[in-house]
Design a protein around this ligand. Structure first.
Ligand code: NAP
Length: 336
């Protein structure tokens, strides 16, 4: 089968499309005939070797963390799915393999795609959707009466985060450039700040929590807009000890490394009387089924920036890497 294979860390010339043997599903696993795969910044960060301290692969490695497709075969003991089911999944972080014509995946990570959702947009939901759901529901307790600041609303995660926060009943203030403003308003943002013209801290204060999707200077400034006792969750900043302990089940070594790396950010958070949490999302078929229900109920649309044929995945990746995508970038395999 054709797959997009990383054979050397360090940049775009270390990865290419090539023929590899198709996987076979082990016990409890399902073989998915991939019809479309979503791209995410973690793909090029992995390719460049930036995540090697926390996610190390033995090369060659097929990249790709989320897919939608049809169940082609079931391994022994599979009881949740059947051949022919339309499914999607955020794949196991240690195995990946989504940029390929077929991938094997544990059944617990898979959910059925709603009837009304095509497989191409479906491929853009798992990774970004689970990230947003787990941050908003489990960490920030989004719900009626909760005001949240979500900088970076127009990207892959942001377009889903705005809708999920609204579906849970929260009020959402976001940032976007003029290129993304109409989009984030349409998705339900209550207030939009043009980050290219205004400093958000001049407009926002006393929110219950923040979900930072941008990192860097945006994260460093976000502490100032959250009320005392509130929480800033980042998915784009610097990991801290809880990330290692709870999200990665890692030992004291990694906890100490993240403690040191996040020292300055945690000190800044303390000065503002708020807490800081870096969240590393978790693949989960039950949570994905919850997102599927939100989509079926009409509360969660997958915004697609661009769809390219699998043969053009390098161009799709370069586009995502520009940092300007509005919604999800997806490649499609065969006739999706
Ligand atoms: P993306 O789709 O590439 O985001 C692109 C969007 O970001 C563009 O629409 C851009 O808008 C906007 N943007 C760029 N700079 C901005 C700024 N300073 N303020 C506001 N908006 C800005 O990326 P994504 O998939 O949403 O991912 C976002 C980040 O989360 C990435 O760093 C990714 O690695 C991380 N992530 C982490 C996890 C985790 O588990 N920790 C999971 C998923 C993603 P304009 O073009 O209008 O500027």
């Amino acid at each position: 089968m054709l797959a997009y294979v990383l054979h050397r860390y360090g940049g775009a010339d270390g990865i290419d499309l090539r023929e590899v043997p198709a996987p076979t599903p082990g016990p409890g696993e399902v073989l998915i005939q991939v019809r479309a795969a979503g791209l995410n910044p973690i793909d090029f960060k992995t390719r460049d070797g930036k995540l090697r301290p926390i996610l190390r692969y033995r090369l060659p490695q097929i990249l790709g963390g989320e897919v939608a497709g049809v169940v082609a075969a079931c391994g022994a003991g599979v009881d949740r799915l059947r051949e022919g089911d339309r499914v999607f999944a955020r794949l196991d972080k240690r195995r990946l393999g989504g940029f390929a014509e077929q991938v094997a995946c544990r059944q617990e990570l898979i959910a059925r795609v709603p009837d009304g959702l095509d497989l191409v947009p479906a491929a853009g939901l798992p990774l970004a959707g689970l990230t947003a759901l787990q941050a908003l529901r489990d960490q920030l307790h989004a719900g009626p009466g909760v005001r949240l600041f979500v900088p970076g609303g127009a990207g892959g995660v942001g377009t889903l985060a705005i809708q999920i926060a609204k579906a849970l009943g929260a009020e959402v203030i976001t940032t976007a450039s003029p290129r993304g403003e109409a989009l984030v308003r349409r998705l339900g943002a209550d207030e939009v700040i043009d980050y290219t013209r205004e400093r958000f801290e001049d407009r926002v204060s006393g929110v219950d929590g923040a979900l930072d999707l941008v990192g860097g200077d945006t994260l460093a400034r976000a502490f100032a807009v959250v009320k005392r006792g509130g929480l800033v969750v980042s998915i784009a900043g610097v990991p801290e000890p809880t990330t290692a302990r709870e999200d990665m089940q890692a030992g004291l070594g990694l906890q100490a490394l993240f403690w040191a790396a996040s020292f300055g950010l945690r000190a800044k958070a303390r000065r503002h009387g708020v807490r800081y949490r870096y969240l590393f999302m978790r693949p989960d078929g039950d949570d994905l089924a919850e997102l599927a229900r939100m989509n079926e109920a009409g509360a969660l649309e997958v915004v697609v920036d661009r769809v390219l044929p699998f043969a053009e995945i390098a161009a799709a990746m370069a586009h995502l890497e520009s940092g300007r995508a509005k919604g999800k970038v997806i490649v499609r395999m065969g006739e999706a």
